[in-house]
Design a protein around this ligand. Sequence first.
Ligand SMILES: [Zn+2]
Length: 482
Amino acid sequence: MNRFRLFSAIGFAALMIVGLHFWACARDYVTGKRTLSLVSESQEIAMGREADPSIVAEYGVYDDANLAAFVDGVGQSMAKVSHRPTLKFTFRLMDTPVVNAFALPGGFVYFTRGILAHFNSEAELAGVMGHEIGHVTASHGREQMSKAQLATLGLGLGTILSEDFRRFSDVAQQGLGLIFLKFSRDNESESDLLGVEYSTRAGYDAHHMSRFFRTISRIGEKAGGGPPTFLSTHPNPENREQRVAALTNEWQQKVPGPKGGTDRAAYLRHIDGIVYGDDPRQGFVENGYFYHPELRFQFSVPAKWQVMNQPAQVQMVNAEQNAGIQFSLGKGASPQEAAQTFATNAKAEVLRNQSTQVNGLRAHLLVSNLQTQSGVLRLLSYFIQMDDKIYMFHGYTSPTRFDGIAPTFEQVMKSFDRLRNQAALSKQPQRVKVMTVDQPGDLKQILTRFGVKQEDLEEIAIVNGMYLQDKLQRGDLVKVVR
Ligand SMILES: [Zn+2]
């Protein structure tokens, strides 16, 4: 789902210290009551401010100034009508295909390009925006962080190797899910209510917010059972849809006046051309190779191995799930130093240790045993220098399987090389393209006419917030991906 974006690990030590030592009396901004809280407002803002650069480094900011300004405009107008109108809010657009929005304490709110591609009106965006602003104004994250939840957040950022090895069959756990603070259901219900309130006050029709829950549940159904994992702590989308619709009726009576933001064409103009799905420039697998056009390297992938291209690492696991290779960034001025740093930090028992070369690049090889909670793992590691970076591979399995699989590990690691293949270097991502319907028909006919493949029809229907049998007229707009 995510992609490999190299960065140095960023410490969360400071964050873990903040907020754990003080009982301060703080105001609950939403209810107005004074509550006993672990964290003051200034500490809350400091928490967000400290975590924000890590999220930016991990996921990257999506490069589209106009779209970012549009999202910020919607966010700022809603923050003004929220319970904390004087708090400075920062809205960011993250470069990931995952459909998600999330918030940190202190006024940091993130939308992914994936969720923006799935909205079909500004009012849908506003509803989700209101929900996230609600988490901030009701200080939900403050409570979570008080429980040191964000301490575990650090595990997903950077490469804490022992953690990865401990659960190497559970590699899918890594990724965006970890940075999603797990709010309670009560928190989520309160945020839904605040989303309705704020978007209504800002002049949006919150019925569009309730409709977006249908998109969320359809994404979940298509992915096979249940809502997407990041939503697992959220209440069931169908129930939310009904509840939010009822709340909208209430709030539209409380706040009279026209409610807008429902013009689909106006919204689609903002996202026409947005990158859709994985961005191959940040790594992709093709013809048995993993290519990274941005960082200009490649290595081979064993047949039938599963590859997960994650923000800070590439994980590969064999079909039996009893061996894997992790690829990430090493620390040190030379391959040898990086090997030493790794061995020290991981408390590895080194069995073999030698300098070598890989396709003309300086490298260092280690064989070591690593004590983990699930037993001893034996590792073959390569530390390879290319330009100013040290890349490291760790092939890991049990000591008894090691001799059988080590040649496969070695084959992958020794295939590491500069990427020179022009086709791979210039591979472009897919983008959402907004098309005008030229002859009436149902969505299925129209998408097919625009070249959408049979197997992608349902997905593109969801992106459009429509069903395949929906009828469209000449002049209507549809999103396709190409
Ligand atoms: Zn939420």
